[in-house]
Design a protein around this ligand. Structure first.
Ligand SMILES: [Zn+2]
Length: 165
């Protein structure tokens, strides 16, 4: 359980803001916008400025990481900041449609999983399955031009198929 520590909280939210604002997630939702602003105000008030060596999430204390992860869960954000980009949305549509097939055996690659759907997923250096499929029946009817191929880790695949994290 995360403990209340004002510095940890501010650092965690600074990391969240740095990680997620590029993807637009924090800005798109009115409630998140409100939280973000509330945090910015708070950060200003205590004079918090990340130093040059500050590396966002990686620089957080264990408590800060718990706060960060709790916020990600509560706000319904994707587990990786880069998640939620148009390209990844496309891959998730394929997984959601069920119109895909995956290779029997995974293989290791430093290029990692392209989907980034769950916390256990690593975008670099991961065992992945080659997956190919269509986003919709219409796409499938349209033929192979619409076939989308990508690398997906077991965690993301399991979540897509069974709905379990
Ligand atoms: Zn994954």
């Amino acid at each position: 359980m995360a403990t209340f520590d004002r510095f940890d909280i501010c650092e965690a939210y600074a990391a969240l803001e740095a990680d997620y604002n590029a993807g637009g997630w924090l800005q798109e939702r009115p409630s998140n916008q409100r939280r973000k602003e509330a945090c910015s105000v708070q950060l200003d008030r205590i004079g918090f400025k990340p130093g040059a060596g500050w590396r966002g999430y990686d620089s957080l204390s264990d408590n800060g990481k718990e706060i960060y992860e709790g916020a990600v869960e509560r706000l319904g954000l994707p587990w990786h900041p880069s998640a939620g980009t148009p390209a990844q949305e496309e891959l998730r549509e394929v997984l959601a449609s069920g119109l895909f097939e995956s290779a029997e055996e995974p293989y290791f690659t430093w290029r990692g999983c392209e989907v980034n759907l769950v916390r256990g997923c690593r975008p670099v250096g991961n065992d992945v399955y080659d997956v190919k499929g269509y986003r919709s029946l219409d796409d499938a009817r349209g033929g192979e031009d619409n076939l989308i191929e990508f690398r997906c880790c077991g965690e993301c695949l399991n979540y897509a198929v069974n709905g379990e994290k």
